[in-house]
Ligand binder design. Sequence first.
Ligand SMILES: NC(=O)c1ccc[n+]([C@@H]2O[C@H](COP(=O)([O-])OP(=O)(O)OC[C@H]3O[C@@H](n4cnc5c(N)ncnc54)[C@H](OP(=O)(O)O)[C@@H]3O)[C@@H](O)[C@H]2O)c1
Length: 345
Amino acid sequence: MAVFPDLLTTVPLSDAAAMRLAIDAGQRVRGTTYPNPPVGCVVLDANGIVVGAAGTEPTGGLHAEPQALAMAGERARGGTAVVTLEPCNHQGRTPPCTGALLRAGVARVVYAVADPNPVASGGSQWLSERGIEVVGSFRSPEVADGYLRPWLHWQATRRPHITLKTAGTLDGFAAATDRTSQWITGPEARAHVHVDRSRRQAIVVGTGTVAADDPQLTARDSAGELASSQPLRIVIGNTEVPEDARIRGEGFRQIRTHDIEVALDVMADMSLVDVLVEGGPRLAAAFLQANAVDAIESYVAPAFLMAGLPVTSGPEHTTIGDITRFRTQSVETLGGDVLIRAVRA
Ligand SMILES: NC(=O)c1ccc[n+]([C@@H]2O[C@H](COP(=O)([O-])OP(=O)(O)OC[C@H]3O[C@@H](n4cnc5c(N)ncnc54)[C@H](OP(=O)(O)O)[C@@H]3O)[C@@H](O)[C@H]2O)c1
């Protein structure tokens, strides 16, 4: 079960506050449900108190709504279900969530994003026709541009959603000229990267990073313990990855190409919905040049190196018309560093 008792409350919540909890529940199962959407659901009783909270189980398991409703039991009657995605209306591996909501006797359903999948959509209308008050598109941009973005991108394009992670100084360097790069950003930023990795399906680097750093690319906690959900580790480039490289082992894959479109095709064939590209500079530039970057996560340390290895290293000559712009979504302080999140402009 993907139920979250710590999200239950003893005080009534507004729809907006309840949606924030539903987003939290969805975030917690992110990376474990694809190709199914990582939906979050909270159930409020008739007084607005949270009595159920759940996220989608891995493929073949239960959706978020029936789990949250089971947790709520009779207290769901006359209450409200707050869901990040429109409740599904079709019999797949599991029965439709709309039926579960009706049987549980909820009076209202509030959801953020309409289901773009024609097979599963129509839940909103089905519920309205049976006398349940439905509020759709509630806080939709927060969800559609936020944690559900990769899945919505996959639904629309059948291509992986690419987030480019960079980490560097204020003057844009990822390493010093002697290639030392450890601890440019602080422990909070590094811990954040590990949580982020645990929510992705795959992490991608170039062969240059493997040769220079021999990274493990696993998701670990501050004690070095592996997180319960680990992304696949993908290396792009033609150079053979050494037999004893730490990145090898279960969940390792090399894609031998310089053509980013080909790499995207291979990842699409692997049904990868949510991919984090961690560099290095040449691979990062290649993804940008191929217009293949959907979102940015840029960790910036308030520090200068004045020379070194830039966070991206692409063509020698550019003009201002070549600029690749993104739209800032959020700016967060992590210890002494800053995380800028942006999406394709
Ligand atoms: N601070 C950070 O966030 C960060 C992150 C990662 C790396 N780094 C640093 O980056 C350095 C490595 O830099 P790098 O640029 O050599 O690493 P890289 O970008 O990881 O690897 C470059 C390799 O990627 C392959 N590749 C695949 N498609 C390509 C394309 N379209 N264009 C160019 N190359 C393509 C090529 O491999 P083949 O030649 O094998 O075909 C190329 O040699 C290390 O010092 C590492 O510490 C820093």
